[in-house]
Design a protein around this ligand. Structure first.
Ligand code: ZN
Length: 157
């Protein structure tokens, strides 16, 4: 299966929170995209391989007082943004205890995650919880990443 033939069902433009989100200036949006080098800051998929445009994500959702400022924004794929919603934390599947989600501005990605083929492995409570809450290893996404690996473009450098 080619990535471009992947029949993902992520075309719904209705993202939770998007209507309530104040529009970011084009300059701020572009800054966030460039800072992330066009990659989702959670699952690291590159925007050029994803047919739905990426979005700026409020790391701390507005519902929890998060501001639309550089330090509270990251670039996220539709899948991660959709599943993250306004969540700040979840349950670590390894310990059953509450854990915060990965914070792209305050935490180092490589400390919390590693690749095992197409599977993103959480290495810390925050990493495991983020993988679980954002459903980063759901079947659909695993197939997509396997196709990208077969094409030689994942994991990203
Ligand atoms: Zn993602």
């Amino acid at each position: 299966m080619s990535w471009r033939s992947c029949n993902r069902k992520h075309d719904n433009p209705c993202v939770p929170g998007s209507d309530a989100m104040p529009r970011l200036s084009a300059a701020l949006r572009e800054y966030v995209r460039r800072r992330a080098r066009g990659c989702c800051e959670y699952c690291r998929i590159q925007e050029r391989f994803y047919r739905t445009p990426f979005q700026p994500d409020h790391i701390i959702a507005e519902a929890h007082g998060g501001a639309a400022i550089r330090d509270n924004l990251c670039w996220a794929c539709f899948h991660c943004n959709l599943h993250k919603g306004t969540n700040l934390a979840g349950i670590d599947p390894k310990t059953g205890k509450k854990a915060w989600l990965y914070h792209p501005r305050r935490m180092k990605w490589s400390r919390h995650f590693r690749w095992d083929g197409p599977i993103l492995v959480g290495q810390t409570p925050e990493g495991r919880t983020t993988v679980a809450v954002l459903k980063i290893n759901d079947d659909d996404y695993l197939r997509t990443r396997a196709a990208l690996i077969a094409e030689g473009v994942l994991p990203p450098s």
